[in-house]
Design a protein around this ligand. Sequence first.
Ligand SMILES: Nc1nc2c(ncn2[C@@H]2O[C@H](COP(=O)(O)OP(=O)(O)OP(=O)(O)O)[C@@H](O)[C@H]2O)c(=O)[nH]1
Ligand SMILES: [Mg+2]
Length: 230
Amino acid sequence: MKAARAAVSRKLSRSRMLRIKVISLGDTGTGKSCLIKRYCEEKFISKYIPTIGVDYGVKPVQFAEHEVRVNLWDLAGPPAYLEVRNEFYKEGQGALLVYDATSRASFEALGGWLQEAQQYGAPPNMHEALGGWLQEVQQYAPPANMVVFVAATKLDLPGRKVPEAEGRAWALAHNMPYFEVSAASGRGVRALFSSLFAAVLATLPGADCELVATAGRDALAARQAEGTAG
Ligand SMILES: Nc1nc2c(ncn2[C@@H]2O[C@H](COP(=O)(O)OP(=O)(O)OP(=O)(O)O)[C@@H](O)[C@H]2O)c(=O)[nH]1
Ligand SMILES: [Mg+2]
């Protein structure tokens, strides 16, 4: 009887478990898959293994006594996979918009990625966008359903082509948080993911206040550990 009650309660808590959906986007080869692998498995693979369409993974993340299941949809960057990617923009609640700091082309492609997300995601909040000081914000606003974070990757490599100030200014102009990371060294990765999760959780109407507060505190601690708190 006791065992049956415990099983029912486990089933109930599983069914109430919060799930969030996060997607990755950015040019092919920018390091989206490596970033996710570093966060989920604390591993780095230097051999390039292109994503075929989309890769899916679930990461359970603990915030005090609350567990959140993060569904990660790692999208492939090549234009040919648009047909696969477009399915995911409506579902995504959080997105990592990734560019390679050693590739100016991947940075210049960011606006196009936002447009793609806007075209296939929920329509952007035009009222908010129009309040911005850049006309571009209106054109490249992220979908209304999605919290988007910008990540400059491969910070361990020499030959940087996009200075930090430029990446940060672009993100700021589009009203998005900006992080500098390296999947190879792990720099900034935990701070990036925990901050994105905290931001997504804060947008969910049904999320427990204590969970949201704990996620926010965890994210701040991770940013402080990286020296990126601000
Ligand atoms: N040095 C260094 N190399 C990296 C880093 N992140 C990724 N790479 C390398 O960049 C290449 C591409 O990485 P992926 O993560 O597969 O790129 P992707 O964005 O997922 O590419 P697609 O799946 O084709 O869209 C691989 O050879 C990685 O080892 C990094 O932080 N530092
Ligand atoms: Mg990939």
